[in-house]
Design a protein around this ligand. Sequence first.
Ligand SMILES: Nc1ncnc2c1ncn2[C@@H]1O[C@H](COP(=O)(O)OP(=O)(O)O)[C@@H](O)[C@H]1O
Ligand SMILES: [Mg+2]
Length: 350
Amino acid sequence: MTKFITNHDVTDALKEVIFFAKQNNIVDLNMVDNIEIKGNDIKVSVVFPKLDDPAVGIVYNSIVKKLKDKLGEDINVDVKPIDEKDKGLGPLSGVKNIIAIIAGKGGVGKSTVAANLAIALSKTGSTAGIFDADIMGPSVPMMFGVEGGQPEVIDRGGKPIMVPLENHGVKILSLGFFVKPGQALMWRGSMINNAFNQLMKDSEWGDLDYLVIDMPPGTGDIQLTLAQSYNIRGAILVTTPQKLATADVRRAAMMYRQDKLSIPLLGIVENMSYFTPDELPDKKFFIFGQGATDELAKELEIPVLGRIPIVEKIVESGDSGTPIVMDENEKVTAEFIQIAKNVKAEIKKL
Ligand SMILES: Nc1ncnc2c1ncn2[C@@H]1O[C@H](COP(=O)(O)OP(=O)(O)O)[C@@H](O)[C@H]1O
Ligand SMILES: [Mg+2]
């Protein structure tokens, strides 16, 4: 039986491979350019200052040994040394933190949170991108006002590479650029996975501090692909306050966190938390109830990163292509900015 090896497993093992010239491990030295896993086959590209150096052979052997020690003698390891001047060719090599936005079911505001968070990350001084992987309901193109847009395809060393679109200071790619409405239901799991991988890897994201992924709701194949092929920094749960909604997101959260995927949970964003009428600005009405989100946060031992009230303008702004966080005068903008700051703080703690 093939075991399920994740990018995390490989990265952890590579942390024990030391590059003696710099007295540190190759992961912390940013020498790992790319990791590819297919079943029991692992391909690792490693950047060296010089290729005609005995250290290359030492590191090479050490990588093979550590990976086999940790992951089993039956794995096949292929190490590709790369010259420093050619580095950065690995896909996603310029992306520092990949964050998955997850929910138990559709309609809780996952895309709304993903879009506003990506912009808030950029507004608070970071470079950010958003990848819309929700193939059944891709809504990021509309929210960013780039619906119907087609990313440019350029040639990089004989390989066609996609260039993300850009708006509101955020780089954008969406499965929705390639799937016609209603068509997604006919896609088989393997096709969805291939499309997902192509958009993630065969794209020129450039240098990004954060790449926010709007994940499909629930637990499925894409979740496994994501964990196996990419080094995910953490996942953020989005839920509404109803008990039923928190039960759904709990299941999704457990899948991400369990040993197999081992993606850290950064925290929960509670959406549609309360309603404040214009004429009663000091009042909060907890229409969907109160307490279930805090209970879940306590149980999972993760923080509540923020609470977004029910705001009519959020619906309008989502439909009009300019997410609400672009409007400095909206009260809820400050909430999203605070969530972005909290996310950065949680990542620092990892
Ligand atoms: N806090 C909110 N207040 C009011 N409407 C919201 C709020 N969050 C989301 N919505 C609206 O709810 C609908 C579903 O949100 P969406 O982000 O598309 O959910 P999901 O991605 O989880 O399916 C959208 O019409 C969106 O504008
Ligand atoms: Mg959505």
